[in-house]
Design a protein around this ligand. Structure first.
Ligand code: NAP
Length: 313
């Protein structure tokens, strides 16, 4: 059955790029459908220190190298936001706005979008003091006082990164222990212009035209005896990610876990023949570049084998 591509990979992060490399090397035509820039969350990482082979590498540099490798194998990149995926017989149709593409196999490597705090003022001040990306927006706060919300690797990495640019960084975390790796916790604790507010939740973000150095963050329900108002010029929200898989609502039989992540077997196969899953969007315990890449290698190989079997029917 003729299709636009043999394999369509949704998402150009480390999982998608690796899946494309493996499928292309197995001799198939592959396109990556990517809504923004390829690289995924790697583009938001100032420095990556736990990807094997690199003691330290900038996120964009690792992304560039992965993209170059995919390009060298003839993988095409289609810049488009995927709205829906449907399947009829052995053919998938991927709808992107007014355009649609057909493929014999689809690898979903769409990553996850940032989780929001869902407090008053958050949406209102996006781009006016509220940010979800320290590497993208940190320089706008040079010499200023900022807050970072979260207790995972991203929040601590952001706090450390911002401490080099800003006057002060206040890290607000809802529990009294961090989820982040201990090496990051120790590094952060040694930095003079980072202070931590533990056992605290942001309940409101206030301002005027922009987030103002007044009443920025009200912290309540906390371990503190009194609710607290923190003054800051900006707030970086780093409270994890959530999958965004509405695009699959038109396919029967796809299975999600309670967090909304896609359930697969260990070969990255979903319950739908020809639909594979790789990276952060897959139900699993550890979400790292290394595990995204591992998923990508498996999904790319499995998709290639699926197509070979389909061709032999
Ligand atoms: P994460 O590990 O899921 O951590 C999210 C943090 O935000 C947690 O501390 C969580 O608190 C807190 N949080 C969640 N919802 C909240 C809410 N509504 N209000 C306040 N706080 C909230 O997310 P991440 O730090 O973005 O990391 C995502 C994945 O990428 C992880 O697997 C991480 O290891 C990986 N990553 C790795 C690196 C690295 O290795 N260099 C760098 C960045 C990210 P609780 O702790 O109380 O749940």
């Amino acid at each position: 059955m003729k299709t636009d591509f043999e394999i369509a990979v949704i998402g150009g992060g480390p999982a998608g790029l690796t899946a494309a490399v493996y499928a292309a090397r197995a001799g198939h035509t592959v396109t990556i459908l990517e809504g923004a820039a390829c690289g995924g969350q790697m583009l938001l990482a100032h420095e990556i220190e736990n990807y094997p082979g690199f003691t330290k590498i900038a996120g964009y540099a690792l992304a560039d190298q992965m993209m170059e490798q995919a390009n060298s194998l003839g993988v095409s990149i289609t810049y488009a936001q995927v709205d829906s995926v449907t399947k009829e017989d052995d053919r998938f149709t991927v709808l992107c706005g007014s355009k649609s593409y057909t493929a014999s196999a689809v690898i979903v490597a769409a990553g996850a979008k940032h989780r929001t705090l869902d407090v008053p003022g958050e949406a209102e001040f996006i781009g006016r003091g509220v940010s979800y990306c320290a590497v993208c927006d940190g320089r706008f706060f040079a010499g200023k006082d900022v807050a970072v919300v979260g207790g995972g690797n991203t929040a601590l990495g952001d706090a450390i990164y911002l401490s080099n640019i800003c006057n002060s960084v206040t890290l607000i975390h809802r529990r009294d222990t961090f989820r982040a790796d201990r090496i990051l916790v120790r590094r952060m604790e040694a930095i003079d212009n980072i202070r931590t507010v533990m056992g605290a939740r942001v309940t409101k973000i206030e301002g005027d035209q922009r987030v103002q150095p007044l009443d920025l963050v009200s912290v309540a329900e906390s371990a503190m005896s009194q609710p607290m108002v923190l003054q800051a010029d900006g707030v970086f929200i780093a409270v994890g990610n959530v999958p965004d898989l509405a695009m699959l609502s038109g396919i029967d039989g796809v299975q999600f876990d309670e967090g909304g992540y896609l359930v697969t077997d260990e070969r990255c196969r979903s319950k739908v023949p020809g639909l594979f899953v790789a990276g952060d969007v897959r139900s699993k315990n550890l979400r790292q570049i290394a595990t995204a890449v591992a998923d990508g290698a498996i999904a790319g190989t499995e998709a290639a084998e699926y197509l070979d079997a389909l061709g032999n029917k």
